[in-house]
Design a protein around this ligand. Structure first.
Ligand SMILES: Cc1ncc(COP(=O)(O)OP(=O)(O)O)c(N)n1
Ligand SMILES: Cc1ncsc1CCOP(=O)(O)O
Ligand SMILES: [Mg+2]
Length: 355
């Protein structure tokens, strides 16, 4: 090998090593701080250390003297996509792909310089594929939980008389500012339920909203919905979780502070809290009123801002009482469904919650 080609090879190895280590660290940070997953962040850290050790087999002075960042023509070539990362999932996917490519480059050029190093890099490239795919598989959960954290308005709707009507209703609800739409209909058959659940899921994905199925974890899973909502006498959260896996959301109805605390420790992603007032959709013997909202809001704001939606008879006319009790998240049916202009009614509620 000529001096020139040796220098070029070291330059490639040095740049690729930096890229691979940066990519590994980017993934590791998300596993650690985004997912709090000690096992996955440990795996990525161990790969990073193994790659560092393999690279350190190359004489550091040769790597450093070959480095020429100001003279690198590649630093001037930027694709627009490199500057756009809308979500943490995009960051992780880009880091995973960059890392795998860089490890492959080190492996190929490294074979000319140090076959032992190349073999060690190959071994860690395979480890990296496994860890990166585990991390990427966790990202839908992250996206859903991030979306939930920014959700203020949750609207429950029935299956409607037919598919076009349901499609128009759900689209209108999201356009009006609903962050979450729940399909809640005890009257229709399972065929109708699954068809509507699939339709709602598709609309939600297009507009960036969340779509939840009431009561039925099986239907939620089969439709690919964002999650299920269950009541105190329905599927326990642990069973719904077994059906839905870690990536989907589970909401639980709660009627006391004790139930709210238990919901959180059982792994529910959010709670419905009520019934607050007497409403038009479902009647109850007792109403929790705003006292429970006050108690839950004091606790949930301290509990890492655990998402809690007030539900039951909430309307534009009593919304201030809910807000005064510390709640900025509500779930409604009648206030939107029965309005002359449901989208406008949703928009008004949303604007007041967001203030
Ligand atoms: C967001 C939200 N909160 C509460 C409920 C009520 O659930 P549940 O008590 O199980 O009653 P049904 O809706 O099944 O009649 C809900 N659906 N959504
Ligand atoms: C399903 C449910 N659970 C508690 S209150 C309620 C109904 C919510 O509808 P509305 O907003 O019309 O009272
Ligand atoms: Mg229920």
């Amino acid at each position: 090998m000529t001096d020139e080609s040796l220098r070029a090879t070291y330059r490639i190895l040095d740049a690729s090593a930096n890229r691979a280590l940066e990519g590994l660290r980017t993934m590791e940070e998300f596993a650690r701080f985004g997912l709090n997953d000690g096992d996955l962040s440990g795996q990525l850290k161990s790969i990073r250390h193994a790659v560092t050790a393999a690279i350190e087999r190359l004489p550091r002075e040769l790597r450093l003297s070959a480095r020429d960042t100001p003279g690198d023509v590649g630093t001037l070539i930027g694709e627009a996509s490199e500057y756009h990362r809308a979500t943490a999932s995009d960051v992780v996917a880009a880091a995973a792909s960059r890392t795998a490519q860089s490890l492959r480059v080190i492996e190929e050029y490294g074979k000319m310089i140090d076959p032992v190093m190349a073999t060690e890099i190959e071994r860690n490239r395979y480890r990296c594929y496994t860890a990166a795919s585990q991390l990427e598989l966790r990202m839908p959960a992250q996206r859903r939980r991030e979306r939930l954290m920014t959700s203020l308005l949750y609207v429950l709707t029935d299956a409607g008389p037919d598919e076009p009507t349901f499609q128009a209703t759900v689209t209108e609800l999201y356009q009006g500012g609903a962050d979450v739409v729940q399909l809640r209909d005890h009257k229709v058959d399972d065929r109708t339920l699954i068809a509507r659940a699939m339709q709602g899921t598709q609309i939600a994905a297009q507009v960036g909203g969340l779509f939840i199925v009431n009561d039925r974890a099986d239907i939620a899973l089969a439709a690919g919905a964002d999650g299920v909502h269950v009541g105190q006498d329905e599927l326990p959260v642990s069973v719904a979780r077994r059906i839905l896996g870690p990536n989907r959301l589970i909401g639980l109805s709660t009627h006391s502070i004790q139930q709210a605390r238990e919901a959180r420790s059982s792994g529910a992603d959010y709670i419905g809290c009520g019934p607050v007032f007497s409403g038009r959709t479902k009647s109850f013997d007792d109403y929790v009123g705003t006292d429970l909202l006050r108690e839950v809001s004091k606790w949930s704001l301290g509990a890492d801002r655990y998402p809690a939606f007030a539900i039951g008879g909430i309307e534009a006319s009593n919304l201030d009482q809910v807000i005064e009790a510390g709640f900025r998240r509500i779930a409604v049916t009648g206030a939107v469904r029965d309005a002359a202009d449901p989208a406008a009614a949703a928009r008004e509620l949303k604007q007041r919650l967001a203030r």
